[in-house]
Structures are given as C-alpha cells and as structure tokens.
Design a protein around this ligand. Structure first.
Ligand SMILES: Nc1nc2c(ncn2[C@@H]2O[C@H](COP(=O)(O)OP(=O)(O)OP(=O)(O)O)[C@@H](O)[C@H]2O)c(=O)[nH]1
Ligand SMILES: [Mg+2]
Length: 294
C-alpha cells in the first residue's frame, strides 16, 4: 500500500489510533529490527502515552543479534517489554504473548483486587508502513486475516482475533508515519525498504549503505562482489569495481552507475550481503539523549 503523508492525514492517523487504543490493555509497537529506533513513529509516545507497551523488533532474521540486544536493553530501560521476532517465518512468536502478560500484570492484579473477573488481554499493533504488521497479525492468528477498512466504502468492522489462551488482538493495525524529516533516518528507511524510492535520492542511499559496509563489514563486502578495493578508496572506485565485475555497462564500456546503485540497494534491502542493524546504539547516544520521545 502506498501512503502519502500530509499534515491532515497524519493528524487523522493519530486520532484513529488514539481511538482504537481505548479498547486495548497493551500496545504492540512494531519496529524493524534493522532500524529499531529509526523505524519508530516520531510521535509514538504522545500517541501511546502510559499504556503498557510491548516493543516488537520484527524481521530479526535480517538484523544483527548483538545490536538488537542493546536495543532491547534500551527499551527495557524505558519501561517497555521488548521481544525480537521473525514474523515471516513464525519465529519467537510465543514470546509476544508472554511479554503481553508481563506488561499487563499490574493492571490485571488491580482489576482482580477490585473483584473483576479474569478476562483475555486485549492488544493492538501499531507501526509505520512495511514493518510487517499484516504478516504478524496473520502469523499470530494462524490464518490469513482479510483486513477491513483499507478501502473506501468498506465498513470498518473490527474483529478480535484469539491468540494463544490469554490474548486477543485487534485485526486492524494502526498505521503511523515514519520520521522522514531527518535525512539520515530517510536513508535508513530506504535501505530497509520502508519508504518509497521517490522521496529519497537513491545515489545517496547507496553511498550511505556502501559506507556502512566499508565501516562494519569490509571483508564481506569485498567477497560478495569479488572485488579488491581498499577501505579508503573513493566511492566511484567502488562503484566502478562493482559495475565492471557485474557487467553493468553502458555503450562505450562505461559503468552504468544507476544499475550499480540499484544493485547495491537491493542487495542491502534483501540482506544478500549480510544481516545488519543500521541503528547503532553507541553512535546514536547523543541523539537518544535529546529525543523528546525519551
Ligand atoms: N525477512 C522478513 N520479512 C518480513 C518479516 N515480516 C514481514 N516481512 C516482509 O515485509 C514486507 C512487508 O510486510 P507487511 O506485513 O505487508 O507489512 P505491513 O506493516 O502490514 O505494511 P503496510 O500494510 O504497508 O503498512 C513483506 O514483504 C513481508 O513478507 C520478517 O520477520 N522477516
Ligand atoms: Mg499491512
């Protein structure tokens, strides 16, 4: 689904999610495990407020375990309950229910003390486009859930889906906008396929990705493209080497840079070179301390 985010549309999205939130005990904030911070909605705390929160780092199969652990610590520190999953292949999904139970423990103890009967925990998923909301809903439900309300004229009849013994999940996720106002975040969102190609410069995205690989996984990069370029070489030298090796040439034996850019971006988006977490806690400490969401 292609979504254009305009100020009015954002306000509407926020309002709709806030409305739905009233029905649930816990929120599943879904993020991309390759960019657990950059794939968050910039106003998420303003939307979710004090509601118990499970942060689900999805697509863990494409990220870096060590860095994911650091992000989990970061979220624990905030009072959230993080879990890393691979919704596509159904990995670690049991942990979602377990985290929801922990996150709502106090609330249900309070209800019990008031004499209220035990009941299922109600949850909903929120996240930016493409983080895997639909995939996760379908896996948790164990069947394909046809989403309601995505098309004009379709009545928004929301359903509760039973997950495990204790959990009920709203079948319609809350979709919020990404942090596209920050250039670096925009490049990371593009590298993971979260935002449309047209709103970022693909050459800048490819260079950003290339520099990330040079800094963090030089040997894999060289081996993957079977090239022998030095870490301190100019970007063009890398592009030339990759283009020539792959035969991405134009008339006159010139390297087709557009094709090289496309190749690099696709290889990174599909984790063909390696599995990476592009948000690095240590490098972002300055930003993390200033973020209004924290
Ligand atoms: N490798 C991998 N791919 C995943 C995972 N979860 C989802 N995907 C893929 O990510 C893409 C987007 O997934 P969706 O479930 O459509 O994402 P969404 O959040 O519902 O997207 P919108 O409806 O556009 O907001 C699909 O190609 C999925 O197959 C995962 O855990 N691992
Ligand atoms: Mg979806």
């Amino acid at each position: 689904m292609v979504i254009q985010w305009y100020p009015g549309h954002m306000a509407k999205a926020k309002r709709e999610v806030s409305e739905q939130l009233k029905k649930v005990d816990v929120v599943f904030e879904l993020v991309d495990a390759r960019i657990p911070y950059s794939s968050r909605n910039p106003m998420i705390d303003d939307v979710i407020k004090q509601k118990p929160r499970v942060v689900i780092l999805n697509k863990k199969d494409m990220s870096n375990l060590k860095e994911m652990e650091k992000w989990k610590d970061f979220f624990v520190e905030k009072g959230y309950y993080p879990v890393a999953v691979d919704a596509k292949h159904g990995k670690n999904l049991k942990q979602v229910e377990a985290a929801a139970i922990k996150a709502t423990k106090e609330k249900f103890e309070r209800e019990k003390a008031k004499g209220l009967k035990p009941r299922a925990i109600r949850a909903m998923i929120v996240g930016i486009p493409n983080v895997g909301k639909s995939t996760l809903i379908n896996k948790l439900a164990n069947r394909t859930i046809a989403q309601t309300g995505n098309k004009p004229g379709v009545t928004k009849q929301q359903q509760w889906i039973k997950v495990g013994k204790l959990l009920q999940l709203l079948d319609t996720p809350g979709i919020l906008w990404p942090k596209f106002e920050d250039e670096e975040v925009g490049k990371k969102l593009s590298l993971t396929g979260a935002i449309k190609d047209s709103i970022v410069h693909l050459d800048e995205v490819a260079i950003y990705g290339l520099n990330f690989l040079i800094a963090h996984d030089l040997e894999r990069l060289q081996q993957h493209y079977k090239i022998d370029v030095n870490a301190d070489a100019e970007t063009l030298e890398w592009f030339d080497a990759i283009g020539r090796k792959r035969g991405l040439l134009r008339k006159g034996n010139e390297v087709d840079y557009e094709a090289v850019i496309e190749l690099l971006i696709n290889d990174m988006r599909n984790a063909k070179i390696g599995t990476y977490c592009f948000d690095i806690v240590q490098d972002m400490s300055e930003e993390l301390s200033h973020d209004s969401n924290n």
